[in-house]
Write a protein that binds this ligand. Sequence first.
Ligand code: 2IT
Length: 445
Amino acid sequence: MNVEKLMLELERRHPGENEYLQAVREVLTTVEEAYNRYPEFEANRIAERIVEPDRQFTFKVVWTDDRGDVQVNTGYRVQFNNAIGPYKGGLRFHPSVNPSILKFLGFEQIFKNALTTLPMGGAKGGSDFNPKGKSDREVMRFCQAFMTELWRHIGPETDVPAGDIGVGAREIGYLYGMYRKLAQENTGVLTGKGMTYGGSLIRPEATGFGAVYFLVQMLAEQGMEIRGQRIAISGFGNVAWGAAKKATELGAKVVTISGPDGYIYDEAGLDEEKIAYMLELRASNNDVVAPYAEQFPGSTFIAGRKPWEVAVDIAMPCATQNELSGEDARQLLANGVKVVAEVSNMGCRPEAIEAFIEAKIPYGPGKAVNAGGVATSGLEMTQNSQKLNWTAEEVDAKLHQIMSSIHTACIEYGTEADGYINYMKGANIAGFMKVAKSMVEQGIL
Ligand code: 2IT
């Protein structure tokens, strides 16, 4: 594999798609050495084939707001790779959504899904629709309009979407309702469904819980425990909520959460009431974290800044891509950070990752740390196929087991000569190998 040549070719075909190119470059550079040990990969041009999505749909979404005005958005679905199972991955509703962001997310999803041990391919979709300030009915009308186009391209054995930023249980409900009406079938075509119509217990918590299970294992490798550690979390959505809940339950002190408006510093640490309040904040649809400081005296709102300036033992980015810069990483390291568990997809800039690895600080990449979300989606699909509901304990036990196996895979493929565990390398190689081998075995197509 010639990474530079491949990247030039990809840039020519997808000019200016920076997030996508960033994600591809990271994976190719970390798997290059392992890849070159398998001549059949090069003979079958696996690298060239794996970096290009199978197909992408772009469609117009027309809906009517509460004033009666007609609104137009763009909807997308990127079906990236289905070598090991049906296309699987979330839908993101956010004004920043564009083909580059969805291609980076879809590409990452291939390897993340492979790591879960479950048979799922990689996909991603969404819209530039901005849920901020929208009423419930507006969200419903948008979701219905979005699904009138999307439904043709998805199916329980074809492509199974789920939530991501801006798409939670409410949106999945409206999307599922419209799919069911159009397709005239009740199938597990979306995951993250409500419990009354085929959802799985633990799915809302799964991304955050799984991330903390993974973190606990990273800490154990360092001879550390989670109890008593100070953790900086960014974001205040579903993922940040789940991570804060489990970390707090296990005795850690979560001292920050954040929003697009700034961050909250809470020296006393989050507790059950504060964590429950995060859901209220999110449900308000305003996308601001500032009201937390008014609700809980003793905490401070720091406008326009990120939580990475706070001295902590552990950093858990839980917001969005590229939220932690090289400068943020140097600040965290100067303040003595010991472990970084990235929960957002590609949350750290390449310079930040480089800084952590250079400092020999364990850095868990999003595609390993946050894989519990999609893994539990996979468990929801299994329950739907069986027409059964498992108990919360059963799902949680399986989630635990899956996060453990991902950690083991990272150690197997990522341990370097000096004993440092390069989790990024481990996760990328483990995920890539599985998909690449399956592509070789299935022929050139
Ligand atoms: O980034 C992710 O893994 C998700 N948003 C969850 C995808 C899924 O299909 O559950």
